[in-house]
Design a protein around this ligand. Sequence first.
Ligand SMILES: C[C@@](CO)(OP(=O)(O)O)[C@H](O)COP(=O)(O)OP(=O)(O)OC[C@H]1O[C@@H](n2ccc(N)nc2=O)[C@H](O)[C@@H]1O
Ligand SMILES: Nc1ncnc2c1ncn2[C@@H]1O[C@H](COP(=O)(O)OP(=O)(O)O)[C@@H](O)[C@H]1O
Length: 284
Amino acid sequence: MKIYEKAPAKINLMLDVLHKRPDGYHEVEMIMTMVDLADRLEMSALPRDTIIISSQAGYIPLDEKNLAFQAARLIKDRYHVRSGVHIHLDKKIPVAAGLAGGSSDAAATLRGLNRLWELGISDGELKELGAELGSDVPFCVTGGTALAIGRGEKLIPLANPPQCWVVLAKLPINVSTAEVYGKLRSDRIAHHPSAIRMQEAIEKGDFAMVCGELGNVLEEVTLHMHPEVAHLKDTMLRLGADGVLMSGSGPTVFGLVSRESKVSRIYNGLRGFCKEVYAVRLLT
Ligand SMILES: C[C@@](CO)(OP(=O)(O)O)[C@H](O)COP(=O)(O)OP(=O)(O)OC[C@H]1O[C@@H](n2ccc(N)nc2=O)[C@H](O)[C@@H]1O
Ligand SMILES: Nc1ncnc2c1ncn2[C@@H]1O[C@H](COP(=O)(O)OP(=O)(O)O)[C@@H](O)[C@H]1O
């Protein structure tokens, strides 16, 4: 028996940090949505009590460090499942990019194994399991568009933003989420983006307002470490993107584009100096 799941990438339309918590995490306000760039997971039942991860991508761990492995082990332990699974990850989402590729693989594993082993776990319970794996995993369980609060695990569903093109560009830089949060001085944030105004823009379906309200307080940290990301943002704007922002802790930069006629110009202009560029749609 085989089960297939898609694991889409997320982008953060806005990301604000309120303060650092005593447990070391940061209290956030983020509006996240999914884009049509996805890993594909194939899950095959194994009679033996074992978890095997494989992938065509040579650059991700295939052992217990893999988030899909951790998701499978969590669900097996919690629901006393004796059989095993082979999970093949067809990676399309750039790794450590601020696009939640690993978190989305973990969420897809929870959804897929719930079906494969006919466990009947509700979406709410899957999200709770997801929160044990990472702050972004609960959002990835159901996707859509949501306001995420707490450390990112508490979700308030929102309408989808107006449809548009999303050009994603990732420079060959590695950024660690923990390092970026670690370097943030949450008491010295100059400008806090507004979740309320971004929500309003989304509710009105006002694309120009969505572009105007884009904001991410983690940009300051990552752009300071890697000024070439700021250059990439400027280039995307100059090429004609309507709004540009770094996603999550970076380094991926995304540009929102309303007119299809502008997309190939932006895509080709970026490909001149950036190898990883994608032109996709919002997943609405
Ligand atoms: C920044 C964001 C924005 O969506 O995404 P990415 O850039 O990773 O995609 C998220 O907040 C990342 O979520 P996720 O990648 O699941 O983080 P976790 O595994 O829970 O935590 C990794 C580390 O980041 C820090 N962390 C994470 C979330 C949070 N609200 N405060 C934190 O300080 C902690 O140091 C933690 O040890
Ligand atoms: N299934 C997976 N896909 C990608 N990365 C994974 C996976 N499992 C574990 N990782 C590890 O998680 C880290 C963060 O990866 P990822 O989720 O792609 O980034 P981000 O949190 O920036 O969106 C990387 O260091 C990577 O080695």
